[in-house]
Ligand binder design. Structure first.
Ligand code: HEM
Length: 538
């Protein structure tokens, strides 16, 4: 079930949201008047014209006409479940976040998704998967809005409309609907080489997960944790599935797309219904919060880079168990609104420029997707902590606010509600020093290396995983119409690995080009050649 009904002022409304729509033994109008017939329109004689005065017909059809809301602009297709998160207490040295303390149990709602397909697309397409979790903590809502791939296509949010426009269906024919196999996608990711790392993960078995239950999740960005003493630590969040990481074979994925497009959502719902509750450990990689925000030469503000687990092991901090299916897809899975800016004391942001744009984008898009600024009042979005804000009115306001003075300072209505000090549970931004600088539109030099980490990923693959990657690039690129795009894609692959490039070139019937860049970092040492692949791989 969703969170208990509560008004935004924290007062219990006393009504189960379901009762507002479906209570009493009789079928009624929306106004509660009992109906004696909902199967026939009102007509002038059994074979005569339908009468405009049939207010029940008009209510029924008008409401139906407005049943749909816009689908998400990305991540439109998803499936979700309720669950519980239990903190291990192992993070308490680095964060004061109450929900991470030992044995604290917090209700959660997790939504998995594909990125590019529309709401009615197939589950087992090659794509990145979303992995978003809402923690209804006693200190307010915390959302961890991540993906199943630890890096992103772009380093700066201003490129997000570009990468999504390139990946979504063509504006003229609206094809292809859900897969990356088309010219605009490949055009973008080969012109914009910082996308090479994410694209390589997509072309690997990670792009076709076997089940949501066997996916890892990543917060991608570096976040900043703050402990009770005010000390800060930089972290990356990881979800590790208890069932291990498993993928589909490409051929399996194709057959399933045809025979059961709902494969992943069915698998999740069936497992939960059968009592086989999927579990993930939440883990953190920790890094000292140094002035340059780098670790072992890796820029922690660059979302196209990982930190290998050999350099910074993932430390488990809690356990997520998904144990209940939503009772209504629309009310819960469709109306849930995640936001990277939903933070609690002890978890703060960094200056990753991709994260900065996300902090703006989620609230903005949800105002249009969910019809105005009051969607936090929807049952699935309501915090379990008491809410006492000064936000008033607006479309779809369902709270009845009292008093006349929703402003600060005021001397009416008994004065203002208290403001909490940092020591009494307030969220206080970390006083990070901003270096003196001029305004510029440019990326730091440390963001310029686009190939050494893709190469690291490629070298960490087993022979069969490499075969799958070569087959994936060959298949996807063979679908491009433009020869120039294919040739440019081979140039990118040449900068990652000569064998990868030449094998794909053979598959495409094109010559293999030579690399155009020197790798910025030295060849990975054997110790660095694994990205923490200790999990079973199908
Ligand atoms: C939705 C992850 C980058 C804008 C989502 C969702 C996930 C996600 C998991 C689905 C949420 C749900 O289930 O409802 C990520 C990750 C990113 C990233 C991991 C990079 C590390 C961005 C950027 C922007 C953006 C850079 C914009 C500047 C959006 C929007 C939605 C969305 C507009 C739809 C939200 C809604 O309608 O509720 N993202 N995203 N994302 N994302 Fe991102």
């Amino acid at each position: 079930r969703g969170p208990a009904p509560m008004s935004p002022t924290g007062a219990d409304t006393g009504a189960d949201p379901a009762d507002r729509a479906q209570s009493g033994a009789y079928l009624t109008t929306a106004q509660g008047a009992r109906l004696h017939d909902s199967d026939h329109s009102l007509k002038a004689g059994a074979r005569g014209p339908v009468l405009l005065q049939d207010h029940h017909l008009r209510e029924k059809i008008t409401h139906f006409d407005h049943e749909r809301i816009p689908e998400r602009v990305v991540h439109a297709r998803g499936a979700a479940a309720h669950g519980v998160f239990r903190g291990y207490g192992t993070a308490s040295g680095v964060t004061k976040a109450a929900f991470l303390a030992k044995d604290v149990e917090t209700p959660v709602f997790t939504r998995f998704s594909t990125v590019l397909g529309s709401r009615g697309s197939s589950d087992t397409v090659r794509d990145t998967r979303g992995f978003a979790t809402k923690f209804y903590t006693e200190e307010g809502v915390f959302d961890l809005v991540g993906n199943n791939i630890p890096v992103f296509f772009i380093q700066d949010a201003i490129k997000f409309p570009d990468v999504i426009h390139a990946g979504k269906p063509h504006p003229d024919r609206e094809i292809p609907q859900a897969q990356s196999a088309h010219d605009t996608f490949w055009d973008f990711v080969t012109l914009h080489t910082e996308a090479a790392h994410h694209t390589l993960w997509n072309m690997s078995d990670r792009g076709i997960p076997r089940s949501y239950r066997t996916m890892e999740g990543f917060g991608v960005h570096t976040f900043r944790l703050v402990n009770a003493e005010g000390s800060t630590t930089l972290v990356k969040f990881h979800w590790k599935p208890r069932l291990g990481v498993h993928s589909l074979m490409w051929e399996e994925a194709q057959i399933i797309n045809g025979t059961d497009p709902d494969f992943h959502r069915r698998d999740l719902a069936d497992a939960i219904e059968a009592g086989a509750f999927p579990q993930w450990e939440l883990g953190i990689q920790t890094f000292p919060d140094t002035a340059d925000q780098t670790f072992e030469g890796i820029d922690l503000l660059d979302p196209t880079k990982i930190v290998p687990e050999e350099l910074a092991p993932v430390q488990p901090v809690g356990l997520l168990t998904l144990n209940a299916n939503p009772s209504n897809y629309f009310a819960e899975t469709e109306q849930v609104a995640f936001h990277v800016g939903h933070l609690v004391p002890g978890i703060d942001i960094t200056d990753d420029p991709l994260l900065a744009g996300r902090l703006f984008s989620y609230l903005d898009t949800q105002i249009s997707r969910l019809g105005g600024p009051n969607f936090a009042q929807l049952p699935i979005n309501r915090p379990h902590a008491p809410v006492n804000d000064m936000l008033r009115d607006g479309m779809h306001q369902t709270a009845v606010h009292r008093g006349v003075a929703p402003y600060r300072p005021n001397s009416l209505d008994g004065g203002c509600p208290f403001l909490a000090g940092a020591d009494t549970g307030a969220f206080v931004e970390t006083p990070v020093t901003v270096p003196e600088a001029s305004k510029v539109r440019e990326a730091p030099a440390s963001f310029a290396d686009h190939f050494s980490q893709p190469r690291l990923f490629w070298l960490s693959m087993t022979p069969v995983e490499r075969e799958h990657i070569i087959a994936a690039y060959t298949f996807e690129l063979s679908k491009c119409y433009e020869q120039a795009v294919k040739e440019r894609a081979l140039k990118v692959l040449a900068n990652i690995d000569a064998t990868l490039c030449s094998e794909v070139a053979v598959g495409l019937g094109l010559p293999a080009p030579r690399p155009t860049v020197e790798l910025a970092s030295p060849q990975p040492s054997p110790a660095l050649s694994q990205l923490g692949h200790s999990w079973p791989v199908d």
